[in-house]
Design a binder for this molecule. Structure first.
Ligand code: UDX
Length: 433
């Protein structure tokens, strides 16, 4: 089946590549000429495990192509996935301007029936606005539908190919039939397709992400109690998570959630609740606890280092989570800025996210980036662990100790073995244990 995907970011490119990989014919539209050239050559502009290989395979087999021409993209197929960004406005609302731009192009260029699919995360009842916008411009028949994505960066390709559920919000039999055809390669393998009305599908996305955020903030709140009472958050998380009704995932305490989805979606949901005069208490508390995590961590740094002026401090982990180069709402941003303001000499290392991080915090006399995590440790008074990359967990602790001026580790993700670090003679501080 022919499919159009508009946008080639973390969601668009994964959606396009995976739909091609299951046998569809996909045309993906990307505005930026530079990225378009890269994509045509099979180079992914983002780091996502498995994506480049999948992209090249489907380019070779002519199942995927790219264009910068919106008219061509829109009339390539009847199913158009909108996969553009919906960042947060200063007021906390979801900024729908990129979605509106796409919808305006669709209504301008469409020459036949179209199924306009919201894949980007949009507030409940955005489909009504989209419908109104298109109606105003054309008499040609169309449907609007919601098909939220549940792709976690670092495992997006796997998540798309092995979904817990595929959620589709439709209000016509025609739209439903198109989705059944698009997702047939998944439903035949037994992956569940949940078909709902459109507002429900729109809400499912926000409700899921806000729940995950709440779960993280909840365990972080419990972690504060562990800290005060001598309990260990590792044991508590394990004990709580063994209850199948609760589940063990998303119970890792530490620096809290970052990224392009959880923070943005909680904020946007609060805004929607306010618009409907509903109580926002639980959501606001989730956000407040998350914000405080970085302050608590930084306090630990201050308490353990006294004066930071001129001290060498090493930070491992710039990405908001492992296996991605994405630094949006990454806790490292606030932490590095604070260290810089305190006059520290900051040495930074991340396996994938340094290039993106340098765009926000460029190298200068106080900030140095390293290609090797051990090189970044020389003469350091403290190592701050900020992202839970596996390669940090597997570090040679004797070597770390040898390289540092004073062996202090402040572990914001609880990734090191606490007893081992104590045995090795580190001053080791973690969160809630
Ligand atoms: C999230 C959702 O998981 C995904 O389904 C949705 O489609 C997009 O948003 P993502 O933002 O890629 O995915 O990352 P996620 O794995 O949810 O992690 C978000 C943040 O929470 C990261 O900063 C991570 O470090 C943190 N986290 C996660 C914790 O602090 N503790 C945990 O137990 C789990």
């Amino acid at each position: 089946m022919k499919i159009t995907v508009i946008g080639a970011g973390y969601v668009g490119l994964v959606t396009a590549a995976c739909l091609a990989d299951v046998g569809h014919q996909v045309l993906c539209a990307k505005k930026s000429k530079k990225k378009f050239e890269m994509l045509k050559k099979g180079i992914s502009p983002i780091y996502e495990p498995g994506l480049s290989e999948m992209l090249r395979r489907n380019l070779d087999e002519n199942r995927i192509d790219f264009t910068t021409d919106m008219e061509e993209a829109i009339n390539f197929s009847e199913a158009i996935f909108i996969c553009v960004g919906t960042p947060t406005t200063p007021e906390g609302e979801a900024d729908l301007s990129q979605v509106e731009d796409v919808v305006s192009s669709i209504s301008k260029y469409m020459d036949d029936y179209k199924l306009i699919i919201e894949k980007s995360t949009v507030p409940v009842n955005t489909h009504l606005k989209i419908r109104e916008m298109v109606r105003e411009k054309t008499d040609i028949d169309f449907d609007v539908a919601s098909n939220p994505e549940f792709l976690a960066e670092g495992t997006s390709v796997y998540n798309f190919m092995n979904p817990h559920r595929i959620v589709v919000g439709v209000d016509t039999p025609r739209a439903r039939k198109i989705f059944e055809e698009i997702y047939q390669p998944f439903t035949t393998k037994g992956f569940p397709l949940l078909i709902t009305d459109i507002p429900s599908a729109e809400i499912i996305k926000y409700a899921s992400n806000a729940f995950l955020a709440m779960k993280i903030s909840y365990i972080n709140m419990i972690s504060d109690l562990c800290e005060k009472t001598g309990a260990s958050i590792d044991d508590v998380s394990q004990g709580v998570g063994l209850d199948h009704r609760i589940g063990s995932k998303f119970l890792n305490a530490g620096l809290g959630y970052g990224g392009s989805c959880l923070p943005k979606d909680v904020t946007a949901l609060i805004h929607t609740y306010k618009e409907h005069d509903l109580d926002t208490g639980l959501l606001q508390e989730t956000e407040k606890i998350n914000q405080k995590r970085k302050d608590i961590f930084y306090q630990q740094v201050e308490e353990n280092l006294d004066d930071m002026e001129g001290k060498v401090i090493t930070l491992w982990g710039l990405a908001f989570k492992p296996n991605t180069d994405d630094i949006r709402a990454a806790p490292a941003i606030d932490i590095v800025r604070k260290l810089q303001d305190a006059g520290a000499m900051v040495k930074l290392y991340d396996p994938k996210a340094e290039e993106n991080f340098q765009r926000i915090i460029p190298e200068n006399e106080n900030i140095t980036y390293f290609d090797d995590k051990y090189d970044a440790l020389k003469d350091s008074s403290a190592l701050l662990l900020v992202t839970e990359w596996d390669e940090f967990k597997e570090s040679d602790v004797d070597r770390i100790k040898e390289l540092m001026e004073s062996p202090t580790i402040i572990d914001g993700r609880n990734i090191m073995d606490r007893d081992l670090m104590m045995d090795k003679g580190f001053r080791y501080v973690s969160m809630g244990r």
